[in-house]
Ligand binder design. Structure first.
Ligand code: DC
Length: 222
C-alpha cells in the first residue's frame, strides 16, 4: 500500500499540533508541523532587521534562505541555513510575523515543494492551514480541527500562565482573533475547510477524546 497522508487544518490554538504529534507517535508516522516553516521565515527575516515583515523585503531574502526539517529523537526541528531555530520561533512577535509572511504568495510557493516532498515518501500527519486544500489535495484523510476562540484562549492561557511575562487572557484572545482574521482573509491559500474534510469541533472535547476520535477515523482508511 502507498504512503498514508493525513491532513489536519484549523485555526491557531485548536490543538492541531499536540493532537497530531501524539497520533504520529502512536502510529509511527512522521509529524510535520508546517507552521514552523512560516515561523522560521519570519524569524530569519526579523533577524535581518525586517521588523515589519514587508512583502518586498521578505521576498528578497528568500533567495538566501535554505530551510530543512530534520527529526531528532522523533521530534521535528527546523533549520535555516544549517542553524536550528526551533527554540526561537514561538514568541508572540514571530507568531504575528509568521501570519504576515504566510500571506505572501512567493513564500507559499517557496515552501510548497518542501512540504510535498516529505509527504511523498513517508506515512505522515501534516498540520497547517492549507494542507487539505492546497498542499495535499489528495490526502487519504482530511480533518478540519476547530474550537471557539474563547476556548482556544483558555487552553493557551493554561499552557503559559506560569511563565514569566505571560500575557493576560484578553491579550491572548485578541491575538487569536487577529491571527484568525489574517489567516482567513488572505488572498492566497486562506484558512478554510476543504469540501471533503471532516469538521471536528473540539470546544467541548478534551485532548484524549479528540485523539481517540481521529484514531478511529484513521483506522477506517489505513
Ligand atoms: O500553526 P502555527 O500557529 O505555528 O502557524 C503560524 C502561522 O503560519 C499562522 O498564522 C498561519 C501560517 N501558516 C499557514 O499560512 N499555512 C500553513 N500551512 C501553516 C501555517
Amino acid at each position: 500500500m502507498s504512503n498514508i497522508n493525513i491532513a489536519i487544518d484549523g485555526p491557531a490554538g485548536a490543538g492541531k499540533s499536540s493532537v497530531s504529534k501524539e497520533i504520529a507517535n502512536i502510529l509511527g508516522y512522521i509529524y510535520i508541523d508546517t507552521g514552523a516553516l512560516y515561523r522560521a521565515i519570519a524569524y530569519y527575516t526579523y533577524s535581518k532587521g525586517v521588523e515589519d515583515f514587508s512583502d518586498t523585503k521578505v521576498v528578497e531574502l528568500l533567495d538566501e534562505i535554505d530551510i530543512q526539517l530534520r527529526y531528532i529523537d522523533n521530534v521535528q526541528r527546523v533549520f535555516v541555513n544549517g542553524l536550528d531555530v526551533s527554540d526561537y520561533i514561538r514568541t508572540p512577535n514571530i507568531s504575528l510575523g509568521a501570519s504576515k509572511v504566510s500571506a505572501i504568495p512567493e513564500v507559499r510557493s517557496f515552501l510548497l515543494c518542501l512540504q510535498r516532498d516529505i509527504a511523498e515518501s513517508n506515512n505522515i500527519i501534516m498540520d497547517g492551514r492549507d494542507i487539505g486544500t492546497v498542499v495535499l489535495p489528495n490526502a487519504d484523510l482530511k480533518i478540519f480541527l476547530t474550537a471557539s476562540a474563547e476556548e482556544r484562549a483558555n487552553r493557551r492561557y493554561n499552557q503559559i500562565k506560569d511563565t514569566p511575562n505571560c500575557p493576560c487572557w484578553e491579550e491572548i484572545l485578541e491575538d487569536i482573533n487577529q491571527r484568525d482574521y489574517n489567516d482567513t482573509h488572505r488572498e492566497i491559500a486562506p484558512l478554510k475547510r476543504s469540501d471533503d474534510a471532516i469538521l471536528l469541533d473540539t470546544t467541548n472535547m478534551n485532548q484524549d477524546e479528540t485523539i481517540a476520535h481521529i484514531l478511529s477515523l484513521i483506522r477506517e482508511i489505513a
